[in-house]
Design a protein around this ligand. Structure first.
Ligand SMILES: NC(=O)c1ccc[n+]([C@@H]2O[C@H](COP(=O)([O-])OP(=O)(O)OC[C@H]3O[C@@H](n4cnc5c(N)ncnc54)[C@H](O)[C@@H]3O)[C@@H](O)[C@H]2O)c1
Length: 247
């Protein structure tokens, strides 16, 4: 069976809980992984732990010029990216009336523009090679209107879902798939620090599986989607929410 050995992956938001879990998992499958983030210390620690297949990369995904410049540097040093995981994101729980135009633009630029800039940059090379995988980390918020998440976050993730569909349609004939993973309530600072204790207790009562999600469980879905055997799955958004939303 075709493996992922020596495929080049780029994971944005690699300093975060979920990003680090995805990096570990892809390296375990044989990939070299470019770990992009705006926070450097966790990247250096991960590189120290995982060895020379884990390559730290400082990159603000919302900056289109930085994305283009970094892409050129990556091409010169390592070649084209085969697997792109758009994971970088920030949360705001502010609903519409509390959301300023500045906050709206910040959420959109990091959560949605970033995924577009990166996808745009790497898709041509994937199409030319006849193989590629794009995975976008979406959110249950896009379907529910945001149970606790705010309006800008929810809308950015809705955009990410539509971006996934559009990329999937554009790339399908070239051996390139674009899919999304739609988690809810992973054990990360978004849940442990940005929700009140009362909100957490209510969610634990409402989630049928009875607990929050582990980052490794989401990384496992990413693994499945980037597998060579998943080439017939494209434009799919896989829910991972412990039964909180059934459809
Ligand atoms: N935690 C959850 O319950 C949950 C649920 C649904 C979806 N998600 C999504 O999962 C993804 C990962 O989030 P997480 O929970 O691991 O949070 P996290 O805060 O641990 O990680 C997010 C990472 O993105 C990085 N980042 C922020 N702005 C950036 C920028 N401009 N350029 C590059 N990197 C940037 C941060 O530095 C951080 O390391 C996000 O897209 C988030 O929306 C999380």
């Amino acid at each position: 069976m075709e493996t992922l050995d020596n495929k080049l992956a780029l994971v944005t938001g690699s300093s975060g809980v979920l990003g680090a879990a995805i990096v570990r998992s892809l390296i375990g499958r044989g990939c070299r992984v470019l770990m992009a983030d705006i926070v450097s210390e966790p990247l250096d620690a991960l590189a120290g732990e995982l060895g020379d297949k884990a390559i730290p990369l400082m990159l603000d995904v919302s900056d289109d010029l930085a994305v283009a410049k970094t892409a050129k540097e990556i091409r010169d040093a390592w070649g084209d990216v085969d697997i792109l995981v758009n994971n970088a994101g920030i949360l705001s729980n502010n609903k519409a009336v509390e959301t300023s135009p500045e906050e709206w633009r910040r959420l959109m630029s990091i959560n949605l523009d970033g995924a577009f800039f990166l996808s745009r940059e790497w898709l041509a090379g994937m199409k030319a090679k006849g193989w590629g995988r794009i995975v976008n980390i979406c959110s249950l918020a896009a379907k529910t209107g945001g149970l606790t998440a705010g309006t800008a976050y929810t809308t950015s993730k809705g955009g990410m879902t539509a971006l996934t569909f559009s990329l999937a349609r554009e790339a399908a004939g070239f051996g390139v798939t674009a899919n999304g993973v739609s988690p809810a309530y992973i054990k990360t600072p978004m849940v442990t620090e940005q929700l009140s204790e009362e909100q957490r207790q209510k969610l634990l009562n409402d989630i049928p599986v009875g607990r929050f999600c582990d980052g490794e469980e989401v990384a496992h879905v990413v693994d499945f989607l980037v597998s060579p055997l998943s080439g017939f799955i494209t434009g799919e958004i896989i829910d991972i929410n412990g039964g909180l939303h059934l459809d």
